[in-house]
Ligand binder design. Structure first.
Ligand code: HGY
Ligand code: MN
Ligand code: MN
Ligand code: MN
Length: 415
């Protein structure tokens, strides 16, 4: 197979600008949440770019969108490149999009050079990786890996009230000439390029991280039920105030979990009081918890601590308590053989690299259930992500795509 082909950095960077314009925010970020019109617009652009190059298109019941460049033997399972097009509400230009456009760059570079690969190379845009509009995250890749789309997901409601099933149907209809394929397919191997979303690579001056594994993630929704009453006339002894329970519980958890364990992550991203009137004690307070840890055992302990503390504070405030599990992703490791292949390919391409554990979850977590998977990271400025200021130097976007191309070629030869 080809040895001296290289990506077209100018094409990649201009594509990143084109996609960043879809859902662009005034502060230079991107708001292209899953299954919104912006997401549909980005999918349509990706489909048209694939069609222009003669790549075969298909989408599955989870609206995962596939572009396929044929190989010598169509009966062999493809090598799959992927990431996601959906973003956080105040997301950046690179989280997800860099992996998609670097993957497209690999397919186009192979096409430009007329390289015949032994098997097909495909690019997939997974649906709803972020999970911030509809939980859980990594919905499309999870449905693909498990070959099922749970009914309960279709009934999920976004904060704006939209029903996931309706949004999904609208998204599929938005690409009427893209054939529908069965959910799930054989995959020989999966590669994903993504920004690190942390500070390590930049701090060490490295262009590439070879991801050895992904830490565990668990999302909980805690609902405290009290009694609404007048803010002015109700003395303490007569209150059943869920906000007192919530703030006491969160203060206790924030004082304990992360200060005691530097690997632990506890984040309250969303909190809402109902009815939300300035002069009424709330009837209900609902908040989310995003828990992360590299160790399954510690993640379980954090989960148990959350429940114990919330029960204690709910009882103190004479409130009801309901804890709902929204997302559960066990810590995972990628195969040693894949890491070694990636390290050798990147080093041969002159790209210094190191192994790194991902603090963020990714679609590769679920693809690892179906095939040998690996991820490559690029540095991002100050390690900032899930923030409109997210930035990756152009040279690191190009070196990331180069690493993905070289690793793709190496994996194809190893299969
Ligand atoms: O939350 C995550 O880890 C992913 O980036 N959506
Ligand atoms: Mn991402
Ligand atoms: Mn993200
Ligand atoms: Mn991710």
């Amino acid at each position: 197979m080809a040895q001296d082909i290289s990506v077209d950095g100018g094409r990649l960077l201009s594509r990143l600008d084109r996609f960043a314009a879809i859902g662009a925010t005034p502060r230079g970020g991107v708001n292209r949440q899953a299954l919104t019109s912006g997401d549909r617009e980005a999918r349509a652009l990706l489909a048209s770019l694939g069609r222009e190059r003669g790549f075969a298109l298909r989408q599955d019941a989870a609206a995962n969108l596939f572009l396929r460049r044929e190989g010598a033997n169509a009966s062999l399972p493809p090598l799959l490149l992927g990431s996601h097009l959906d973003t956080q509400p105040t997301g950046g230009r690179f989280d997800g999009a860099l992996g998609i456009l670097a993957g497209l760059e690999v397919l186009e570079t192979l096409e430009d050079a007329g390289v015949s690969t032994p098997r097909a190379v495909e690019l997939v845009a997974w649906t709803n990786e972020e999970g911030s509009r509809f939980a859980p995250g990594a919905m499309g890749s999870r449905a693909f890996a498990d070959e099922t789309l749970p009914e309960s997901w279709l009934e999920a409601r976004a904060p704006d009230g939209a029903r996931l099933g309706d949004e999904l149907a609208q998204t599929l209809r938005a690409l009427p000439d893209v054939p529908l394929a069965p959910l799930g397919a054989r995959v020989a191997s999966y590669l994903e390029l993504h920004i690190e979303q942390g500070p390590i690579l930049e701090r060490e001056g490295l262009p590439i991280g070879v991801v050895s594994g992904i830490q565990g993630t668990r999302w909980l929704e805690v609902t405290l039920e009290g009694a609404s009453a007048h803010a002015g006339t109700t003395p303490l002894a007569f209150r059943r105030d869920p906000m007192m329970a919530a703030t006491a519980a969160l203060a206790a958890l924030q004082a304990d979990v992360m200060p005691r364990d530097s690997d632990a992550r506890l984040t309250v991203g969303r909190i809402k009081a109902e009815p939300g009137s300035i002069n009424a004690i709330p009837e209900r307070v609902r908040f989310t918890l995003d828990l992360r840890h590299p160790s399954q055992e510690r993640l379980d302990e954090m989960d148990a601590l959350v429940r114990t503390v919330c029960e204690r504070e709910a009882e103190r405030a004479r409130c009801g308590l309901h804890v709902r599990l929204l997302n559960d992703m066990a810590p995972s490791a990628f195969p040693e053989a894949m890491l070694a292949l990636a390290e050798a390919a990147c080093t041969k391409a002159g790209l210094a690299n190191r192994r790194i554990v991902s603090g963020a979850f990714h679609d590769a977590l679920f693809l690892a259930r179906k095939a040998p998977a690996l991820m490559l990271f690029t540095p991002c400025r100050d390690g900032i992500s899930h923030n409109e200021a997210e930035h990756v130097e152009p040279r690191f976007c190009v070196s990331g795509a180069t690493a993905l191309l070289e690793t793709t070629l190496a994996v194809l030869c190893s299969l």
